[in-house]
Structure formats: C-alpha cells, structure tokens
Ligand binder design. Structure first.
Ligand SMILES: [Zn+2]
Ligand SMILES: [Zn+2]
Length: 400
C-alpha cells in the first residue's frame, strides 16, 4: 500500500509504508515455510516485512521433516500437503527435498533467496530480524531486533529488568560494532503477565514496546487486576518523562504463527501493523523513521496525515464509507505528584475526544505529553479477540 502525502514542509518526499515487524515461520514455531508467510504479506498489500523467528536467523542450512499428515498439537509440522502447495505456487524446483533414514525432508528457504524472489524496489522489502527469546526464572522475556546483522543469543541476567536491558544493550552494541541501523523492541508485555510497567520505565537505549500484538495469548486488554498495554504505555510515559528519559513508542504487530487456519484463537497475520512515513523503502529509512516516531500503529484505521507542533496535534483520517471515528487525545498533566499511588488513575486520561475529521487538539500548556488513539465503529474482520474494533495509535509528543 503506497500513499503519497503532500505537505507544506520537508515531508513532501515521504510516503507511508505498511509493515509488520513480528512474524514467525518454520524457522522457529510458525506453521508455514517462510515463502508462504512472505507471499501472504506481499499479496495482502504490505510494503515491508520483518521475519523474526525465535533465537535464529534464516541464514544457515536447515532441513525439516515432511510428515505424511498433520498430527495436530505443538509444535506445528510440515506436511506433504503443504509441500505440494509450495510446489504448485513456486514451481517444483523451488524447494530442495531429500530422503534421509527413510524420512522425507525439505530445506528451509533462506532470507537471501526469499529476497531475490519477493523484493522489488520501492514496492516490497524484507528485513532480517530475530525475536531474542529469553527467560528469567519462569518469566518469558522477548525482545525483537529489527534489521539485525548478526545472530544475538539470549543474554540472560539477574532480574526481569536486567534480562530486558542486557538484550536491548546487545542490539545497541551490535549496531555500534557493525554500523548497521537496527532497533530493539520489547514484545507483548502481558504475555504470561511477564512484564510490569515498572520494568519498562527505566529501560535505556531503544524504547519501543508492543501496544498491540495479534497473538491470542498476549492479554493486550489486561484483566480486572492487570492494566492493558494501552494503560501501561501511559504509566511508562508519565514516569519516563518525570525522569527525563525519552518517551516509549508503541508498535502494533501480528506475531503471526498460523497461516492455514483463520479464526480467533489462532495467531494469524493481518491484525496489527505499523505505517511508517519514510523517504524510501529500505531498512535504513524504515529504522530511522521508527526511531524518530514518524509512524503510527494500526489494526485497521488508516490516517492521511499526522501533524504535531508546539501548539496543536492534528490527525487526518482516511474514512471508510459508513464508518464513524472517534479520536481520543490522551495524556498526563504536569505538576502532579504521580509517584503518589492515589494518582494512578490520573495517569493517561482522555484530555479531549472528538468525532471531527481532521481531529485537532490545541495544547493548554499543562500537558506532560499527548498521544492519540483513533477508534472506529468497525469490527475487525479477524480479530485477536471477539468484538475488537479497528483502531490506530499515534506516537506521543512530549511537552513538559
Ligand atoms: Zn514472543
Ligand atoms: Zn513472536
């Protein structure tokens, strides 16, 4: 999806690019060979895709067993039916197979070969990524490293925070060593209720997290006791700004694992993505724009433009026929002692809500930060959970 934006400033050469930063294949625990995954995203209008399998890069020679039938259960397996599907789509010679100890095996396609097949200039880009999947005691701690150059093993550590920070540091160190632009982001904080807001507040280096993840086990919306990822974002933003740390940015991603069976409860592609405004479709420009907050996250709502300056925050929505949109400008107010626990419900309030398009919020001078969430009245076609509406999240502007 390409959308050319004309602005009165330097951004008139920039375009919106749609991408997913979190995807799995048979290189780890996805249920499809990588070409099926990449083909899905390219066919469905994405401009870029980061393949982010657990603790592996798709650069090595790897063979997997091809089963006669799918026995079900976990982990998912390659089958003769899936192999036939690939051969039909990409030709009989596309995949290498062999028989070893009476077992049919196939070789997984590497990223280099996928790039040759699927990439095209300014139309489709594949980005090397890894979901560094670590653990502290029983707590899963996952960090995505987007546009990574070399494999990073899980770094371990002495606490949940230490494991997070050490893995983020490892990405930063590789960036400095190789000179390649790359970013780390914190995955699904509410997966197994692993992370608390306090774990994210003091993170140094890259500060990105998944405000939305399409995997069915990630608890995006919280529960009676635990805050939603949206609420965590406000707690983290408020506390980081009080500590003079840079804001945290919120990503929407698929965390797709399941490409053959589409329904609630399966980690299907197409649920959450980022729209990045960049000069060109290459990994450097995508990373640069992410770092400067020049993007928004979406589960269906499409924006024409976002304009922020020190007076106002303006959002222009591209409306779908018959759909209504409500834009909420969310923030915390200065000069409040947020460290007082009684003030927790004053963090991240809706400062202004409007159904106008464009939606405009004029700053009063009291805000610490302002971000926006656009909620439509359209149900997502294949949601992460029943009744989810198409939404978008824009990045915070810090005003303190
Ligand atoms: Zn994960
Ligand atoms: Zn994942």
């Amino acid at each position: 999806m390409l959308l050319i934006i004309s602005n009165c400033n330097n951004s008139d050469t920039e375009q919106w690019y749609k991408g997913n930063l979190h995807t799995h294949t048979f290189w780890s625990d996805g249920d499809a060979p990588p070409e099926i995954t990449v083909d899905w995203y390219k066919t469905n209008g994405y401009d870029f895709l980061a393949l982010s399998d657990h603790n592996i890069l798709s650069t090595i020679e790897k063979w997997i067993k091809v089963h006669d039938t799918d026995p079900g259960g976990w982990p998912p397996v390659m089958t003769k039916e899936k192999l036939k599907d690939i051969q039909n789509r990409f030709g009989f010679d596309w995949i290498k197979t062999r028989t070893k100890n009476d077992t049919l095996e196939m070789q997984l396609t590497t990223l280099d070969k996928l790039k040759i097949k699927f990439e095209s200039a300014n139309e489709f880009l594949l980005i090397q990524s890894e979901e560094i999947s670590d653990v502290y005691e029983e707590t899963p701690i996952h960090i995505n490293a987007t546009n990574i150059a070399e494999f990073i093993p899980p770094q371990g550590g002495n606490s949940v925070f230490d494991v997070l920070q050490r893995n983020i540091n490892a990405v930063r160190e590789q960036r400095e060593k190789t000179g390649q632009s790359m970013i780390a982001h914190i995955n699904h904080p509410n997966y197994e209720w692993a992370l608390l807001s306090e774990h994210l507040i003091n993170i140094e280096g890259d500060s990105f997290f998944e405000v939305y993840n399409g995997h069915p086990l990630v608890n995006n919306w919280g529960n009676n006791e635990k805050p939603s990822t949206d609420k965590m974002w406000d707690i983290v933003l408020t506390m980081r700004i009080l500590k003079d740390l840079p804001p945290m940015y919120g990503l929407a991603v698929d965390d797709a694992h399941a490409y053959y069976n589409y329904k609630i409860g399966k980690a299907n592609p197409g649920r959450g993505w980022v729209m990045v405004k960049a000069k060109e479709l290459d990994a450097d420009n995508i990373v640069l724009s992410l770092e400067s907050g020049n993007f928004y996250s979406s589960t269906g709502v499409v924006l024409k433009d976002i304009k922020k300056n020190n007076q106002s925050y303006l959002i222009h929505i591209i409306e779908k026929p018959g759909i209504r949109y409500k834009t909420q400008f969310i923030g915390s107010i200065n000069n409040m002692n947020y460290l007082d626990e009684k003030n927790i419900n004053k963090i991240g309030n809706i400062l202004f809500e409007t159904d106008s398009n464009p939606a405009k919020y004029n700053f009063t001078g009291e805000e610490m930060y302002v971000r926006a969430k656009i909620v439509s009245d359209k149900f997502q076609d294949n949601p992460y959970s029943e009744g989810d509406l198409e939404m978008a999240w824009t990045q915070p502007i810090v005003l303190k």
